[in-house]
Design a protein around this ligand. Structure first.
Ligand code: MN
Length: 234
């Protein structure tokens, strides 16, 4: 089976990994085999994880340490797990050298942007106030709308110019990383999806398609795409 590696959240207090199950079921629905990546400081294991899988999901989670994009931590920045930052940044860079595909969701798109040399707003209400609430943690399926850029990979998968999305983030892309292009924007002008200008098979999404996929075929197609792309390289 096509194998998709998925990162996980680190529960510092209980020393446990956890991952919302919707990521798992979206991969299985697409015909893939999801496997969870351990959190470790062992570089050989980081590399071996990528060599073992056909594609990757960088999921949601804690805030990335602002030092990774050259800033001091502001008080509104949320929980940070530097060990996870180190592992995922390495994993991201090594993954790109293998040309394997990935989906980068929520924290994932932020990681992708930072790894490509971009920056983040550490807290939207503090640094870029807007009248749309992007941090709707009871996950309504239509927290806000995004417009999808024509002639992008995302547009070809979603199949329409706009889409309602869920929204559970208090950080968002500020300066776009090198080599990336915007594939969706929120109505208040934030970057909500990115992809590669050179066509590398990677897609970043600020919303949570894994929660929408059970009821929205357009969102499931993002996971179907990942497994299909991963299959080309397996
Ligand atoms: Mn949003």
């Amino acid at each position: 089976m096509i194998t998709i590696g998925i990162g996980a959240n680190w529960d510092t207090q209980r020393k446990r990994l956890n991952i919302p199950n919707d990521y798992i079921t979206a991969v299985i629905r697409a015909g893939g085999l999801p496997v969870l990546f351990p959190l470790t400081d062992n570089e050989a294991v980081w590399k071996a994880m990528i060599d073992k899988v056909d594609g990757v999901i960088f999921p949601g989670g804690e805030d990335i340490h602002p030092r990774e994009f050259g800033e001091e931590v502001i008080p509104q920045c949320d929980e940070i797990v530097p060990e996870r930052d180190a592992q995922e940044l390495y994993t991201y860079r090594y993954l790109l050298s293998t040309r394997k595909p990935f989906l980068a969701i929520c924290r994932g798109i932020q990681l992708m942007n930072v790894a490509q040399g971009g920056t983040l707003y550490q807290d939207i209400p503090t640094q870029a106030p807007t009248n749309i609430n992007h941090s709707q943690n009871d996950t309504p399926t239509d927290a806000h709308k995004v417009s999808i850029t024509p002639d992008t990979l995302l547009h070809s998968l979603i199949g329409s110019d706009t889409s309602p999305v869920n929204s559970r983030h208090h950080q968002v892309i500020k300066d776009l990383g090198k080599g990336l292009k915007v594939s969706a924007m929120s109505e208040d002008g934030f970057i909500e999806a990115v992809e590669f200008a050179d066509g590398y098979p990677g897609l970043g999404l600020q919303w949570h398609p894994e929660n929408l996929a059970p009821h929205d075929p357009a969102m499931q197609r993002l996971f179907d795409w990942l497994i299909k792309e991963a299959g080309k390289r397996a």
